[in-house]
Design a protein around this ligand. Structure first.
Ligand code: FE2
Length: 497
């Protein structure tokens, strides 16, 4: 059947266009269907009554009334519900609908609406999960980026990766075990647990032993069950848990194994989890290998410049052992001030390396057996900046760099290379300056004889507040005087020349 609509023709030339019933909405189709279903029987009854001269009016009114009741009370609400569901589905598909469709119907349409509600709820849950994964990856990348830039060391970076990987996989424990190549064993490199518990650092597993050992031996990921004690966590969750382990390897060379543990044994890890952890493991393997290579390069470089520092001293018999003694005195001053172990190590390294830049100074200036003229002094003064440039590439000595550069600054601002004044000079450099001066005073020089310790102490006192930081001088004098008061057997000796 068809319906007629005015077309968009010019005014005065109204035309009608036939539209297929297929294009009609459900509501209109229903009205048409009811119309036909009721009009035809009514016409038949009316014609029959006419022919037989019978009064069928009550029957006709009853038919018409039942048609109207059927349409408005049954068919129309049902179609309205279908339309409502259709509209919501459309809104959902275009992203403009959240929530549920409210229906009380207990029929197929009601079930359709409830199914739709369940699907949308599931989808919303999945979307939330995806969003939280996205945020997690974003946070993970930001934190890894910060760790990389700050270069707080590979341990910090690995800890971050373990913690975030475990969190991403909703696991409560995570460990990274590395292969000790010499012993063919696995040891715990780093571990994380959601309650802050640390793993047993002494745990050692043979290759092939336990889940991590098997993963390394067979070089494939494994999903299984186990106890957290098998990963080095004791006195925690003792029930069976689900475990996911992936191998870390580089060019078929096994480096270690990354394992996460989920306490809920009813929620085993999936293939997707395995793929995610495998991907993280591959990146970790590359990071660890790069770190080891860099470490090797750095170690070689460090050994080379340490040898260079000794070579510089060897050129000048008067300065033999000077650098090591400066490191020793600097550490002793640091102890008096109460500096931590790390800073004491930095002071020792800086003492050994403080004059490394002299390698770049010509021998006729470096070894001149007389005081330097102003031009020569200028050249000589370059050694602190040259030293800084030599030490800078070694990231493990990053805190030594400024100390080497500024060890000739003066407290009153008249030093070099930057003329820094007072506390603007790094504390370590102020300490080195005192140690350096003291050792220079009490050792022979080409142009003068060594002075006594008493004379050296007087010299330092006299220069406190001018060349040196008074607090550092005071700390050094405390050390020297404390040493003098102790019996000879208890004295800690500076390195021999
Ligand atoms: Fe120097």
């Amino acid at each position: 059947m068809a319906d007629a609509f005015p077309s968009s023709q010019p005014k005065g030339k109204t035309r009608f266009k036939l539209i297929s019933l297929k294009e009609e909405g459900l509501e209109r189709k229903l009205a048409l269907a009811f119309g036909f279903m009721s009009i035809i029987p009514i016409l038949i009854v009316w014609a029959w009554a006419k022919m037989h001269q019978v009064d069928m009016s009550p029957a006709l009114y009853a038919v018409i009334a039942s048609v109207i009741i059927g349409y408005f009370l049954v068919a129309r609400p049902m179609i309205s519900l279908v339309l409502k569901v259709t509209k919501k589905v459309q809104e959902f598909s275009t992203g403009h609908f959240t929530g549920t469709i409210e229906v009380d119907e207990r029929n197929e349409i009601g079930e359709l609406a409830r199914s739709f509600n369940r699907i949308t709820k599931d989808l919303e849950h999945k979307i939330d999960e995806l969003e939280s994964s996205r945020q997690l990856v974003k946070r993970l990348l930001a934190r890894i980026g910060a760790a990389m830039n700050s270069y707080e060391g590979i341990d910090n970076l690995l800890n971050l990766i373990i913690e975030n990987s475990a969190a991403a996989l909703e696991a409560q424990r995570g460990t990274l075990m590395l292969v000790d190549g010499e012993k063919q064993e696995l040891y715990v490199k780093t571990a994380w647990s959601n309650n802050g518990q640390t793993a047993d650092a002494n745990l050692r597993l043979k290759i092939g032993e336990g889940i991590p050992g098997l993963v390394v031996k067979e070089r494939r990921a494994m999903r299984s069950t186990g106890k957290s004690s098998s990963l080095g966590f004791s006195n925690t969750h003792q029930d069976e848990a689900t475990v996911l382990s992936v191998p870390l390897q580089l060019r078929d060379h096994p480096l270690g194994v990354l394992t996460v543990l989920r306490e809920d044994a009813e929620r085993p890890f999936t293939e997707d989890d395995e793929m995610l952890l495998g991907s993280i493991g591959s990146q970790m393997a590359v990071a660890i290998e790069n770190y080891r290579l860099n470490l090797d390069v750095e170690r070689t470089y460090l050994e080379t410049i340490m040898a260079l520092a000794l070579a510089v001293e060897a050129k000048d018999p008067y300065s033999a052992g000077h650098s090591k003694r400066v490191g020793y005195y600097a550490m002793k001053i640091g102890e008096q001030i109460g500096l931590d172990e790390e800073m004491l190590r930095t002071l020792n390294d800086a003492g050994v390396l403080h004059d490394i830049g002299k390698i770049g100074i010509k021998d006729e200036i470096l070894l001149k057996p007389a005081p330097l003229d102003p031009d020569e002094q200028k050249i000589m003064q370059q050694h602190s900046a040259i030293g800084e440039a030599i030490v800078r590439p070694i990231r493990s000595l990053s805190k030594v760099v400024a100390l080497v550069r500024h060890h000739h600054e003066r407290f009153d601002g008249a030093g070099y290379p930057n003329g820094l004044k007072g506390e603007a000079i790094p504390l370590g450099a102020r300490i080195l300056a005192v140690a350096d001066t003291y050792d220079a005073i009490i050792t022979d020089r080409p142009y003068r004889k060594r002075m006594s310790i008493e004379r050296a102490k007087d010299e330092l006192r006299r220069n406190a507040g001018h060349q040196h930081d008074p607090a550092v001088v005071e700390a050094f004098l405390r050390f020297v005087e404390g040493k003098e008061e102790r019996p000879a057997s208890a004295k800690s000796q500076p390195p021999a020349a």
